[in-house]
Design a protein around this ligand. Structure first.
Ligand code: S3P
Length: 171
């Protein structure tokens, strides 16, 4: 595999968990864009949102994507909102196959609704917020080359499905 495998999708769809397995199985480096942002800033995503706001976070996200999309081949897990900026997706597509992981709102809620480390879900009604955000973002998620439902899959099963579909695409 000489191209990046890029994982997009809403919070809680299993990008990081599956991404690590995919990287190991393909012998590629695993890059988690959120983790890179936290490492370079020395603070958490929650703190970045609280101190500087979402736009500031989005600019950091774009800068890290710009830099790391060229550093592959790698498996790259993006944050759930990375798809919103056209420039991010253009860069990621240049060197990679874009996969989107999906799940039903109820499943997403059960995975991340109460976790506390997703600033955009810090609201009294996380379920409604998840549904609204999924609806608004679905046109962006649907642009992926490969779309996989992770709802009833373990991270290993998701990883195996991603690898299969990516191989089918490049062969
Ligand atoms: C976000 C998703 C998060 C993180 C930030 C914003 C979003 O990443 O980048 O909290 O806008 O959906 P995960 O998808 O890894 O949770």
């Amino acid at each position: 595999m000489n191209r990046n495998v890029v994982l997009t999708g809403f919070m809680g769809t299993g990008k990081s968990a599956a991404g690590q397995i995919i990287a190991k199985k393909l012998g590629l480096r695993f890059i988690d864009i959120d983790a890179e942002i936290e490492r370079t800033q020395g603070i958490t995503i929650n703190e970045i949102f609280a101190l500087h706001g979402e736009e500031f976070f989005r600019d950091l996200e774009s800068a890290v994507i710009d830099e790391l999309s060229k550093a592959g081949p790698a498996v790259i897990a993006t944050g759930g909102g990375a798809v919103l900026r056209e420039e991010n997706m253009r860069r990621l597509r240049e060197n990679g196959i874009v996969v989107c992981l999906m799940a039903e709102p109820e499943i997403i809620f059960s995975r991340v609704g109460k976790a506390g480390n997703r600033p955009l879900l810090k609201t009294d009604d996380a379920m409604t917020k998840i549904k609204e955000m999924l609806k608004a973002r679905s046109p962006y998620y649907n642009k992926a080359d490969i779309i996989i439902d992770t709802g009833n899959k373990t991270p290993l099963e998701t990883a195996e499905e991603v690898i299969q579909q990516v191989k089918d695409m490049v062969s």
